[in-house]
Design a binder for this molecule. Structure first.
Ligand code: GLU
Length: 227
Protein backbone atom coordinates (compact mmCIF):
# COMPACT_ATOMS: atom_id res chain seq x y z
CA UNK A 1 0.00 0.00 0.00
CA UNK A 2 1.60 3.22 -1.06
CA UNK A 3 0.89 6.89 -1.73
CA UNK A 4 -2.01 8.93 -3.12
CA UNK A 5 -2.17 12.70 -3.59
CA UNK A 6 -4.72 14.93 -5.27
CA UNK A 7 -5.33 18.64 -5.79
CA UNK A 8 -8.08 20.86 -7.14
CA UNK A 9 -7.83 24.61 -6.82
CA UNK A 10 -6.70 27.93 -8.14
CA UNK A 11 -3.04 27.02 -8.69
CA UNK A 12 -1.37 24.58 -11.07
CA UNK A 13 -1.63 20.99 -9.90
CA UNK A 14 1.44 19.21 -11.25
CA UNK A 15 3.85 21.01 -8.89
CA UNK A 16 1.86 20.12 -5.77
CA UNK A 17 1.36 16.53 -6.90
CA UNK A 18 5.09 16.07 -7.38
CA UNK A 19 6.00 17.63 -4.04
CA UNK A 20 3.23 15.68 -2.28
CA UNK A 21 4.52 12.40 -3.73
CA UNK A 22 8.03 13.31 -2.58
CA UNK A 23 6.73 13.78 0.95
CA UNK A 24 5.40 10.21 0.81
CA UNK A 25 8.63 8.78 -0.61
CA UNK A 26 9.73 7.52 2.81
CA UNK A 27 7.05 4.82 2.55
CA UNK A 28 8.87 3.14 -0.34
CA UNK A 29 7.56 2.58 -3.89
CA UNK A 30 8.57 1.15 -7.25
CA UNK A 31 6.94 3.53 -9.74
CA UNK A 32 4.97 6.77 -9.84
CA UNK A 33 2.51 8.67 -12.00
CA UNK A 34 0.17 11.62 -12.23
CA UNK A 35 -2.74 12.75 -14.37
CA UNK A 36 -4.03 16.29 -14.64
CA UNK A 37 -7.03 17.62 -16.56
CA UNK A 38 -7.33 20.96 -18.34
CA UNK A 39 -10.48 23.06 -18.18
CA UNK A 40 -11.52 21.82 -21.62
CA UNK A 41 -11.31 18.20 -20.40
CA UNK A 42 -7.97 17.25 -22.00
CA UNK A 43 -6.02 14.90 -19.75
CA UNK A 44 -2.23 14.61 -19.42
CA UNK A 45 -1.14 11.27 -17.96
CA UNK A 46 2.51 10.56 -17.17
CA UNK A 47 3.96 7.48 -15.49
CA UNK A 48 7.46 6.24 -14.84
CA UNK A 49 9.09 3.19 -13.37
CA UNK A 50 11.51 3.76 -10.50
CA UNK A 51 12.24 7.01 -8.72
CA UNK A 52 10.05 10.11 -8.68
CA UNK A 53 13.03 11.83 -10.33
CA UNK A 54 12.21 9.77 -13.46
CA UNK A 55 8.64 11.06 -13.39
CA UNK A 56 9.92 14.58 -12.84
CA UNK A 57 12.12 14.33 -15.91
CA UNK A 58 9.19 13.25 -18.09
CA UNK A 59 7.02 15.93 -16.56
CA UNK A 60 9.51 18.64 -17.46
CA UNK A 61 8.63 17.95 -21.11
CA UNK A 62 4.89 17.95 -20.40
CA UNK A 63 4.37 20.87 -18.06
CA UNK A 64 0.72 21.89 -17.86
CA UNK A 65 -1.07 24.62 -15.95
CA UNK A 66 -4.04 22.30 -15.25
CA UNK A 67 -5.59 23.09 -11.89
CA UNK A 68 -6.71 19.60 -11.02
CA UNK A 69 -4.91 16.26 -10.79
CA UNK A 70 -4.17 13.06 -8.91
CA UNK A 71 -0.89 11.24 -8.33
CA UNK A 72 0.39 7.93 -7.01
CA UNK A 73 3.45 6.09 -5.83
CA UNK A 74 2.97 2.36 -6.32
CA UNK A 75 4.16 -0.56 -4.29
CA UNK A 76 3.27 -3.45 -6.57
CA UNK A 77 1.06 -6.20 -5.24
CA UNK A 78 -0.33 -7.47 -8.57
CA UNK A 79 1.97 -7.31 -11.57
CA UNK A 80 5.64 -6.40 -11.75
CA UNK A 81 6.94 -2.87 -11.22
CA UNK A 82 6.71 -1.32 -14.71
CA UNK A 83 5.41 1.77 -16.46
CA UNK A 84 2.46 -0.20 -17.79
CA UNK A 85 1.42 -1.30 -14.30
CA UNK A 86 2.04 2.12 -12.72
CA UNK A 87 -0.95 4.26 -11.75
CA UNK A 88 -3.00 6.25 -12.72
CA UNK A 89 -4.96 3.60 -14.59
CA UNK A 90 -7.45 4.51 -17.25
CA UNK A 91 -10.70 3.31 -18.77
CA UNK A 92 -12.14 5.55 -21.48
CA UNK A 93 -12.44 9.00 -19.93
CA UNK A 94 -11.93 7.83 -16.33
CA UNK A 95 -8.64 7.91 -14.38
CA UNK A 96 -7.95 6.15 -11.11
CA UNK A 97 -5.21 5.80 -8.50
CA UNK A 98 -5.53 3.06 -5.90
CA UNK A 99 -3.85 1.98 -2.70
CA UNK A 100 -4.54 -1.51 -1.45
CA UNK A 101 -5.78 -4.72 -3.01
CA UNK A 102 -8.90 -5.68 -4.97
CA UNK A 103 -9.31 -9.31 -3.91
CA UNK A 104 -11.86 -10.36 -6.52
CA UNK A 105 -10.11 -8.62 -9.42
CA UNK A 106 -9.85 -11.80 -11.50
CA UNK A 107 -13.60 -12.39 -11.33
CA UNK A 108 -14.19 -8.78 -12.39
CA UNK A 109 -11.66 -9.02 -15.23
CA UNK A 110 -13.39 -12.18 -16.47
CA UNK A 111 -16.82 -10.55 -16.33
CA UNK A 112 -15.61 -7.45 -18.18
CA UNK A 113 -13.69 -9.49 -20.73
CA UNK A 114 -16.96 -11.23 -21.57
CA UNK A 115 -18.44 -7.75 -22.10
CA UNK A 116 -15.68 -6.88 -24.58
CA UNK A 117 -13.15 -5.08 -22.35
CA UNK A 118 -9.43 -5.66 -22.89
CA UNK A 119 -6.70 -5.16 -20.30
CA UNK A 120 -3.27 -3.57 -20.78
CA UNK A 121 -1.81 -4.20 -17.30
CA UNK A 122 -1.52 -7.05 -14.83
CA UNK A 123 -2.88 -4.98 -11.93
CA UNK A 124 -5.92 -5.55 -9.78
CA UNK A 125 -6.46 -1.78 -10.05
CA UNK A 126 -7.26 -1.83 -13.77
CA UNK A 127 -10.24 -4.09 -13.02
CA UNK A 128 -11.62 -1.41 -10.67
CA UNK A 129 -11.36 1.49 -13.12
CA UNK A 130 -12.86 -0.60 -15.92
CA UNK A 131 -15.73 -1.61 -13.67
CA UNK A 132 -16.45 2.05 -12.91
CA UNK A 133 -16.41 2.71 -16.66
CA UNK A 134 -18.73 -0.22 -17.28
CA UNK A 135 -21.37 1.00 -14.81
CA UNK A 136 -20.90 4.65 -15.88
CA UNK A 137 -21.72 3.80 -19.49
CA UNK A 138 -24.17 0.96 -19.06
CA UNK A 139 -26.52 2.86 -16.76
CA UNK A 140 -25.62 6.31 -18.06
CA UNK A 141 -25.11 7.49 -14.48
CA UNK A 142 -22.88 10.07 -12.82
CA UNK A 143 -19.69 9.50 -10.81
CA UNK A 144 -21.40 8.96 -7.47
CA UNK A 145 -23.63 6.13 -8.67
CA UNK A 146 -20.89 4.50 -10.72
CA UNK A 147 -18.59 4.54 -7.69
CA UNK A 148 -21.33 3.32 -5.42
CA UNK A 149 -22.08 0.33 -7.64
CA UNK A 150 -18.37 -0.45 -7.97
CA UNK A 151 -17.85 -0.39 -4.20
CA UNK A 152 -20.70 -2.81 -3.72
CA UNK A 153 -19.07 -5.20 -6.23
CA UNK A 154 -15.38 -5.07 -5.27
CA UNK A 155 -13.89 -6.84 -2.27
CA UNK A 156 -10.67 -5.93 -0.53
CA UNK A 157 -9.07 -2.82 0.88
CA UNK A 158 -8.74 0.39 -1.03
CA UNK A 159 -8.28 4.10 -1.07
CA UNK A 160 -9.32 5.45 -4.47
CA UNK A 161 -9.05 8.83 -6.15
CA UNK A 162 -10.91 9.13 -9.45
CA UNK A 163 -11.31 11.77 -12.14
CA UNK A 164 -13.71 11.89 -15.09
CA UNK A 165 -12.98 13.95 -18.23
CA UNK A 166 -16.69 14.76 -18.26
CA UNK A 167 -16.39 16.39 -14.80
CA UNK A 168 -13.15 18.38 -15.17
CA UNK A 169 -13.49 20.30 -11.86
CA UNK A 170 -14.03 17.29 -9.59
CA UNK A 171 -12.00 14.59 -7.85
CA UNK A 172 -13.93 11.69 -6.38
CA UNK A 173 -12.45 9.71 -3.51
CA UNK A 174 -13.60 6.62 -1.62
CA UNK A 175 -12.01 4.27 0.83
CA UNK A 176 -12.36 0.98 2.66
CA UNK A 177 -9.82 -0.16 5.27
CA UNK A 178 -7.12 2.05 3.79
CA UNK A 179 -6.45 5.60 5.02
CA UNK A 180 -7.09 8.88 3.23
CA UNK A 181 -7.35 12.49 4.43
CA UNK A 182 -8.79 15.60 2.82
CA UNK A 183 -7.55 19.15 3.42
CA UNK A 184 -9.44 22.33 2.53
CA UNK A 185 -8.12 25.86 2.15
CA UNK A 186 -9.51 29.00 0.64
CA UNK A 187 -10.19 27.95 -2.96
CA UNK A 188 -8.08 24.80 -2.78
CA UNK A 189 -8.74 21.19 -1.82
CA UNK A 190 -6.15 18.48 -1.21
CA UNK A 191 -6.32 14.76 -0.67
CA UNK A 192 -3.61 12.35 0.43
CA UNK A 193 -3.20 8.88 1.83
CA UNK A 194 -1.04 10.30 4.59
CA UNK A 195 -1.18 13.62 6.48
CA UNK A 196 2.47 14.70 5.87
CA UNK A 197 1.73 15.19 2.17
CA UNK A 198 -0.69 18.06 2.85
CA UNK A 199 0.18 19.50 6.29
CA UNK A 200 2.40 22.18 4.82
CA UNK A 201 -0.59 23.51 2.87
CA UNK A 202 -3.48 23.28 5.31
CA UNK A 203 -4.30 22.34 8.89
CA UNK A 204 -7.97 22.12 8.07
CA UNK A 205 -8.13 18.36 7.67
CA UNK A 206 -11.10 15.98 7.29
CA UNK A 207 -10.89 12.24 7.72
CA UNK A 208 -13.04 10.38 5.23
CA UNK A 209 -14.96 7.54 6.89
CA UNK A 210 -14.79 3.90 5.96
CA UNK A 211 -17.03 3.18 2.94
CA UNK A 212 -17.63 6.88 2.48
CA UNK A 213 -17.39 8.72 -0.84
CA UNK A 214 -16.37 12.37 -1.17
CA UNK A 215 -16.47 14.86 -4.02
CA UNK A 216 -13.68 17.42 -4.02
CA UNK A 217 -14.03 20.72 -5.79
CA UNK A 218 -12.09 23.99 -5.48
CA UNK A 219 -12.12 24.77 -1.72
CA UNK A 220 -15.12 22.48 -1.19
CA UNK A 221 -15.84 18.94 -0.15
CA UNK A 222 -19.11 16.96 -0.02
CA UNK A 223 -19.44 13.60 1.69
CA UNK A 224 -21.77 10.76 0.70
CA UNK A 225 -22.48 7.46 2.38
CA UNK A 226 -22.60 4.23 0.43
CA UNK A 227 -26.24 3.35 -0.36
N1 GLU B 1 -2.65 -3.35 -5.83
C1 GLU B 1 -2.28 -2.22 -6.59
C2 GLU B 1 -1.18 -2.55 -7.59
O1 GLU B 1 -0.53 -3.54 -7.48
C3 GLU B 1 -1.92 -1.01 -5.73
C4 GLU B 1 -0.63 -1.18 -4.97
C5 GLU B 1 -0.36 -0.01 -4.01
O2 GLU B 1 -1.08 0.12 -3.00
O3 GLU B 1 0.57 0.77 -4.27
O4 GLU B 1 -0.96 -1.83 -8.49
Amino acid sequence: MCGIVGYVGKNEAQGFLLSGLKRLEYRGYDSAGIVSIAEDGEATLIRAKGKIANLEEKLAKNRRTDKIGIGHTRWATHGEPSEENAHPHQAGSIYLVHNGIIENYQEIRDKLTRKGYTFYSQTDTEAAVKLIDYYYKKYNIGPIDALNKTMVRIRGSYALAVMFDDYPGEIWVARKDSPMVIGVNDGETYVASDVPAILKFTRNVYYIGNLEIARLQKGEVDFYNLD
